[in-house]
Every structure is written in structure tokens, then in C-alpha cells.
Design a protein around this ligand. Structure first.
Ligand code: MRS
Length: 412
């Protein structure tokens, strides 16, 4: 039995406890980022995802919410605690500075200059805590002529160059959800920067500033698109190349029941398996790499795939190297046998399903918190007490509107 088997059961994806080398350990000690304290200033999507990754792998993440907002828009709040602070008061600013002095990482998602205006820029905070890692996650970075502009994922992907390559032939560029800049190039790459800075700090003893631009993070994530131009992968217009929907052997097809399958049979030996499963005679078809014949081959494949249901095609192709898989809706991904066997999805206390943190570390895997996400100010009193504030201090700040507490959720 592997360590992963011990960590997650294989029926519903619930964590059933941690047992390594026949010993039981408390949850927090075994995670890779145990002992790391993170202050995350509440943002829209990329910084919350970054904070959730850090929390999943064991960091203590405190989300700083605004006061008077009622509810949080953070859907990536797993494993975090929330403190609500009014940073438009000088005492709120002083309070945040005190939290940062005792922390390892501050993560801020605001437009360039916002933190400096508040007196919370890297100069001030690193002077008070030279070990602090100051992560700035923005769209355009801290310099350049767009640095002050508002924007969202689609704008950052556009400026990275990648959006020009995404979309079907003859159609306009198409942004695939907000995955590329917000999450791959933003939250995930910022988390990598933080982990790298934490690693480096073990040698230098010093913190540093991370300038995470989503334009650059997206472009970097897409390095393959730039560097594989040398082998002609992108010579044709958008949507007419091998990996962007142009090739019949790398595409999706509708099945008889209105569902879809994904085909990725690139190598000749896998392509042979695809033709075999489709019961097509290779000798009667144009060669696989005859680009001019791709539209014709696509029509043949389309007709074939439309003749059976998705489940029929799974029966044909499962267990072969044809590289054909069902296109699963989100709601069905966790119940696919392969994902179920690996417990790739977890259920939280409220029954909501989401992906288990990846990758799996053999000795110190992530253990996602299955409790409900924090409400705004749910942990204000608890966290401030941990940072050394007396309950009289907290009561005074509550009365002055410097901080807010969700009394119901905090069970005060
Ligand atoms: C009707 C609306 C429904 C909305 C439903 C939303 C559902 C979620 C949907 C998620 C969509 C995700 C989309 C696709 C994305 O791409 S998210 C990525 C967005 N871009 C970034 O994060 C890049 C970096 N950030 C930014 O560029 C900007 O923050 C922004 C996103 C353009 C928003 O700009 P803006 O609202 O003007 O805010 P900023 O200039 O950053 O200033 C923030 C102001 O808030 C203040 N603030 C912060 N914390 C506190 C606090 N605790 N207490 C009191 N005040 C606080 C700051 O001081 C600052 O104030 P000020 O300097 O403006 O006076």
C-alpha cells in the first residue's frame, strides 16, 4: 500500500487520516509548509488561489478582509482564517504592520502603489522584518507603462502573446476560462516564487520582494509556444496547427449521445491504435501528417465518432494506447474510475467537491482542510490573541471600527 493510499480512501475522496511508517502524526507537522505564516490581503481570484495552495501544503494563512463588506467573494478560502481590518484607519495600518513583523510572507493583490499609499510598502515592512517575503501579484507588474492600469485575465493573456494563438480556425481569439493568467501564470507561479524565496531564505536569512506579473507568468507558462516555433509547430494560422485543433488526431469529437471524446493520438504507433478502434483502414486514408488532407480526415473521424455513444467509445479504447478519453463534465470527473482510484477529488464538510491538492508528496503530502471556508472576520479575535493582543485591545479596536468580528461564526 502506498503512502497515498494511506492518506485518502478510495471510495469518496475523503481523507481518512494520516499514517506513515506505521506512526500517526498530527495533521500540521507533516506538511511541507508547516510553520510558515502568511498574511494574504483579500483579492479577487489569483491571490486567493495562491493563498489556498500555501494553506493546502501546511502554511498558516490569515486572510485580511475589509470591514463592512458582509461576505467574502473568496471562493478559494480553504484552510484560511479571516481577520477583518479597516486599512483606511491609521490604527488598522499599524495593526497590519504588527502582523507582518511576526509573519514570513505577505501577499498583496492590489494595483501598483496602493500598499505604498497606505504606508505598507516593501520599504517599511522589510525594514521592520528583514526576513519577510513580500509577494506582489498584479496583472502588469510593478513597472512598465501599463503598471497602473486595471485589467483581468483576458487582458493579461492578450498582452502575453498567447491569446493570439487560441481559438478555432477562422474564428476570433478565444480565452479558455480565466485559467491561464489568473491561475497558472498568476496564483500558481506566485506560489512558486514564494516557495523559492522561502528556500533561499534558509541560506541568506533574508526576505525579498516578489514582482509576480500575470502577463509574464502566463507567457512563461507558455514558453513551449515560443520555443517550439523552431520546429514549425505554429507555422500555420490559428486553429490549423497540430495542437490547436487543426489536426484530426488531436481534437474533440461529438458522440451519438451528444457527449464528447478527446483524441490525442500524435505518435504513429498510437495513431495506428486510433484507426484500429475506429475500424478504419489506414491504406484507404490519406497519410496522418498530410496537412492538406486534415479537413477530409476530420470529416471521416467526425462521422465515425458520431456512430457510438461516449460509453461505447470508452469500452473500445480503454486499455489501449489510442489516447482517447471521455470529455467529462466537472460533476462527473470525481466518479471516473481512474480519478476515484487515486482519490483525486475531495469533499468538504458541506458536501462540496473540489480537486485534491497536487502534486502528491510522498512523505509530506498536502492535507486540505475540509471545514467550511472562513467568513469575514470569523477569526479576528482568535488571531489577534495569537499575535499577542489582549482581549481589551481587541474590544477597543472593535468598538473603534478598526477591526470587525463575525461574532456568530466565531461563536463569541
Ligand atoms: C457586480 C460585480 C460582481 C463581481 C463578482 C465577482 C466574482 C469573482 C469573479 C472573479 C473574476 C476574476 C477575473 C477574471 C480576474 O481576472 S481577477 C484578476 C484581477 N487583476 C488583478 O488582481 C491584478 C492586480 N489588481 C488590480 O489591478 C486591481 O486591484 C483591480 C483588480 C483592477 C481592482 O482595482 P480597484 O478596485 O480599483 O482596486 P485597487 O486599485 O487595487 O485598490 C484597492 C483599494 O482597496 C483598499 N483596501 C484594500 N484592502 C482594504 C481594507 N482591508 N480596508 C480598507 N481598504 C482596503 C485599498 O486601500 C485601495 O484603496 P484606494 O487606493 O483605491 O483608495
Amino acid at each position: 500500500m502506498s503512502d497515498t493510499d494511506n492518506l485518502y480512501n478510495t471510495s469518496g475522496g475523503h481523507r481518512i487520516g494520516l499514517t506513515l511508517a506505521n506512526k500517526s502524526f498530527p495533521r500540521s507537522f507533516l506538511m511541507a509548509l508547516a510553520g510558515v505564516r502568511v498574511i494574504e490581503l483579500a483579492g479577487l481570484a489569483p491571490a486567493p488561489f495562491c493563498g489556498m495552495i500555501l494553506a493546502d501544503f501546511g502554511a498558516k494563512v490569515i486572510r485580511v478582509d475589509r470591514t463592512k463588506v458582509g461576505m467574502s467573494l473568496d471562493t478559494q478560502g480553504r484552510g484560511k482564517r479571516s481577520v477583518a481590518i479597516n486599512l483606511k484607519t491609521s490604527e488598522g495600518v499599524t495593526l497590519l504592520r504588527k502582523l507582518c513583523v511576526q509573519s514570513d510572507v505577505v501577499l498583496e493583490p492590489y494595483r501598483k502603489g496602493v500598499m505604498e499609499k497606505l504606508g505598507l510598502g516593501p520599504r517599511e515592512l522589510l525594514e521592520e522584518n528583514p526576513r519577510l517575503i513580500y509577494a506582489r501579484l498584479t496583472g502588469y507588474g510593478q513597472s512598465g507603462s501599463y503598471a497602473n492600469a486595471a485589467g483581468h485575465d483576458i487582458n493579461y493573456v492578450a498582452l502575453s502573446g498567447l491569446l493570439s494563438r487560441l481559438g478555432r480556425s477562422g474564428e476570433k481569439p478565444y480565452a479558455p476560462l480565466n485559467l491561464i493568467a489568473d491561475f497558472a501564470g498568476g496564483g500558481l507561479s506566485c506560489a512558486l516564487g514564494i516557495v523559492l524565496a522561502l528556500l533561499e531564505r534558509t541560506k541568506s536569512g533574508k526576505g525579498q520582494i516578489i514582482d509576480a506579473s500575470m502577463v509574464e507568468g502566463a507567457a512563461y507558462m507558455g514558453s513551449f509556444a515560443w520555443k517550439s516555433r523552431s520546429i514549425g509547430l505554429w507555422d500555420r494560422p490559428r486553429g490549423q496547427n497540430m495542437l490547436d485543433g487543426g489536426a484530426p488526431f488531436y481534437d474533440t469529437y461529438e458522440t451519438a449521445d451528444g457527449k464528447y471524446v478527446a483524441v490525442g493520438a500524435i505518435e504513429p504507433q498510437f495513431y495506428t491504435q486510433l484507426l484500429k478502434g475506429l475500424e478504419l483502414d489506414a491504406g484507404a486514408l490519406p497519410p496522418q501528417m498530410s496537412v492538406d488532407d486534415w479537413p477530409e480526415l476530420s470529416r471521416i473521424f467526425t462521422a465515425r465518432f458520431a456512430s457510438k455513444t461516449q460509453a461505447d467509445w470508452s469500452r473500445v479504447f480503454d486499455g489501449t494506447d489510442a489516447c482517447v478519453t471521455p470529455v467529462l463534465p466537472l460533476a462527473e470527473a470525481s466518479s471516473h474510475p481512474h480519478n476515484r482510484e487515486r482519490a483525486s477529488f475531495v469533499k468538504d464538510g458541506g458536501g462540496g467537491e473540489s480537486p485534491r491538492p497536487a502534486p502528491v508528496l510522498s512523505r509530506t503530502p498536502a492535507q486540505p482542510c475540509l471545514a467550511s471556508d472562513p467568513g469575514v472576520g470569523e477569526h479576528t479575535a482568535e488571531v489577534l490573541s495569537e499575535f499577542g493582543f489582549s482581549s481589551a485591545d481587541v474590544q477597543r479596536m472593535l468598538a473603534a471600527g478598526v477591526v470587525e468580528c463575525d461574532a456568530v461564526k466565531a461563536k463569541l
